[in-house]
Design a protein around this ligand. Structure first.
Ligand code: COA
Length: 257
């Protein structure tokens, strides 16, 4: 368990709350591991029918902790890193995943939504995938799932220009189900979760399996993770992480890739 990830089982719904609001719920290795432990438990425990993700504070999550990225770039990064374990677990889930999202959902905060079955956004939600700004590449099979869902040029705009997508646009292009006032998002997500607990679990998981190409997702994740690890140790990524820590814009113009 982890102080920054609260897990509560409420009438068959495993509610996973990110609670590191002072850092915009940026995800550390320990937080990824806590999430993975819970997802693995959810898949095997018949008392858990649905998993619901939410975040405390004004952001859903600022994505991977950038200090952790910088540390990994200095040699502490491996195939079985907590982030890749979490992403892998998302791709394998057969039970329903629901997300209630307010404020910024950055990096994996957005790409994890591509693995959720129902997504509810507050009207202040902003989906941001700044992988290229960080000199990285997309992860969580998003290099395939995002263009498939919203089209190449819109996905490229998010990945390469790093432009945020607002909640209404996200619903319009199929990334989310509804936009709600911030105070109502959790309620709406919870109501959907309660409904799903009453559906036949076997039928739900068979339907989800039919709707998702799990093998292709796993293959894409492994292709991405290979490139992602290479990019993490690039001089470009070092500049991007240093710039974030120093609160200045990065300057990639003088670097080799
Ligand atoms: N990793 C580590 N710390 C992070 C973080 C991250 N991904 N995102 C935010 N934080 C920390 C900030 O360093 C700051 O800490 P401090 O108060 O000790 O200085 C605190 O969270 C608040 O962040 P701040 O930038 O002041 O909030 P904001 O409301 O102005 O902006 C974001 C919010 C999410 C837009 C902005 O923090 C951001 O862009 N974060 C980086 C997101 C990112 O690139 N993630 C990786 C994706 S692959």
């Amino acid at each position: 368990m982890n102080e920054h990830v609260k897990a509560e089982l409420i009438d068959g719904i495993l509610v996973l709350t990110l609670q590191r609001p002072e850092k915009k719920n940026a995800l550390t290795g320990a937080m990824y591991d806590a999430l993975s432990d819970n997802l693995e438990r959810a898949e095997t425990d018949s008392a858990i029918k649905v998993v619901l993700f939410q975040g405390e504070g004004d952001s859903f999550t600022a994505g991977n902790d950038l200090a952790d990225f910088a540390a990994q770039a200095n040699g502490r990064n491996s195939e079985d890193s907590p982030a890749f374990r979490f992403i892998g677990n998302l791709g394998k889930m057969t039970k329903p995943l629901i997300a209630a999202v307010q404020g910024n959902a950055v990096g994996v905060g957005t790409t994890m939504l591509l693995h959720c079955d129902l997504v509810y956004l507050a009207d202040n939600a902003r989906l941001i995938t700044p992988f290229v700004n960080l000199a990285l590449v997309p992860e969580a099979a998003s290099s395939w799932l995002l263009p498939t869902r919203i089209g190449h040029v819109r996905a490229y705009q998010m990945f390469a220009l790093g432009e945020p997508m607002d909640a209404a646009t996200a619903v319009a292009c199929g990334l989310a189900n509804a936009v709600l006032p911030p105070a109502e998002v959790r309620q709406k997500a919870m109501a959907a979760a309660v409904t799903l607990t009453k559906r036949p679990a076997g039928s739900l998981s068979a339907t989800k399996k039919l709707m998702r190409e799990q093998e292709k997702i796993a293959l894409k994740m492994s292709e991405e993770s290979e490139l992602f690890r290479q990019r993490l140790t690039s001089p470009e990524a070092a500049e991007a992480f240093a710039a974030f820590a120093e609160r200045r814009p990065p300057d990639f113009t003088k670097l080799s890739n």
